[in-house]
Design a protein. Structure first.
Length: 411
């Protein structure tokens, strides 16, 4: 009984924190200070170690942009001249940058090395776009992102669509994660002038920032989330541009998505450990108050509610073992409570997935049959974040692991 009471109490506390945070997060006033002229001088940076299977499709999509690109300002970052990616990039007229610090494996280090090289050469741009090698850009991507740049935003991120949403239920549900992030979270944040959550690719950074840093100073397991927190702390302006569409390959195997999400969770908490204590000191009279509050709260209410639900279920399981008599009303009641809480959780996540799919139906690159499968399977997929979190907490060090990209466009 005590575990059940504590469980219910924690669920209520989690909900109260969530609703309070949602209300307070609206108190934000962090808009661009001035508008800019059209984007003329910009570059594209693409970390592309061993990405010969997919890089050509991205380069073709860059050449086909309605906003014309000087291919010499497209920087392909590789580690070896013998990498087949080198020859493909050269064929399309891109500039190839060969890394020297091969002991530093993370994406942030690859970008850092390139930017430091450009800084030494005194070569600067008005905006720096970042893509992953497996991405494909809609023909109007840069044209749409230019609107965010002209509006004065320091950072903008586009609509992350699925490149391989029909390959497996795992890739479909993995893509739905980013649909939640953007169409639900980032769209609301943009309307309230809060800083959006960046997801590593399909974004630009204002050149004035890069020039000031003279580097890319974000080297954690999740350099994108680190940049997100930096933008909040320093009152940078960021926005989600849902009209700037790009396509991204998702893992098709369960093992790969587990490794990927474990790294995200480890990076999320290690980065917060550095930034959040500083956030609490910056709340007073801050135009970015809502963003600070939102990140200080972070995943706490959800974690509290999950712990509460697990304690509630544990209490019912203990009752089942203690009584072990199917004819006993308490036994039947405990069994029904377990079934009910799992059903409620399943229906909630299935409903949320259906809402996102219906909202993005005109955009999302997924067949009707796969959309139905994603709605039915997504609650199980999201439940696997719990073992991912446990793995991240129990493992002292989570190393960056390369994700193999093999999906050609429209194949």
């Amino acid at each position: 009984m005590i575990l059940e009471t504590i469980g219910i109490f924690l669920i209520i506390i989690g909900l109260l924190i969530l609703f309070t945070t949602s209300f307070l997060a609206r108190q934000n006033n962090n808009f661009p200070k001035k508008k800019r002229d059209a984007l003329k001088n910009f570059c594209i940076m693409i970390p592309a170690r061993d990405e010969s299977l997919v890089i050509e499709d991205l380069l073709i999509s860059i050449k086909n942009q309605t906003k014309k690109v000087n291919m010499k300002d497209v920087y392909i970052i590789v580690e070896l001249k013998t990498d087949p990616t080198f020859a493909i990039a050269k064929k399309y007229g891109a500039t190839i940058f060969i890394r020297k610090r091969l002991d530093l494996k993370r994406k942030g280090y690859a970008l850092d090395e390139l930017i430091k090289d450009l800084d030494q050469k005194k070569k600067y741009y008005d905006a720096y776009f970042i893509f992953d090698a497996d991405n494909i850009l809609d023909e109007n991507f840069l044209k749409e992102m230019e609107e965010s740049y002209k509006a004065g935003y320091d950072i903008a991120t586009g609509y992350r669509n699925l490149k391989n949403g029909n390959d497996s239920i795992i890739s479909a549900c993995s893509g739905i994660t980013f649909a939640f992030l953007n169409s639900n979270g980032n769209e609301t944040k943009s309307k309230q002038s809060r800083n959006v959550t960046l997801s590593g690719t399909g974004l630009y950074i204002n050149g004035e920032l890069i020039k000031k840093w003279a580097s890319f100073p974000f080297h954690s397991l999740t350099e994108d989330y680190e940049l997100t927190l930096y933008s909040i702390e320093n009152n940078l302006t960021s926005i989600y541009n849902k009209n700037a569409i790009f396509y991204d390959e998702q893992p098709i195997k369960y093992k790969n998505t587990i490794n990927q999400r474990t790294r995200w969770i480890k990076g999320y908490f290690s980065t917060r450990k550095e930034y959040i204590p500083r956030f609490r000191k910056k709340l007073k009279n801050n135009p970015n108050f809502g963003s600070l509050i939102n990140e200080i709260s972070g995943m706490k209410p959800y974690i509290i509610m999950i712990i509460g639900a697990l304690l509630y279920i544990l209490n019912q399981i203990i009752n089942l073992f203690k009584i072990y008599d199917i004819s006993n009303p308490i036994f039947r009641g405990s069994f029904m409570k377990i079934i009910l809480i799992f059903m409620l959780a399943y229906i909630l996540f299935a409903f949320m997935t259906a809402y996102i799919i219906l909202k993005d139906k005109d955009k999302i690159n997924m067949s009707d049959s796969m959309q139905i499968k994603a709605i039915l399977f997504s609650p199980l997929f999201f439940s696997t974040y719990v073992p991912c979190a446990l793995k991240a907490f129990l493992k002292k060090e989570v190393k960056w692991e390369k994700v193999e990209h093999t999906k050609r466009w429209n194949t």
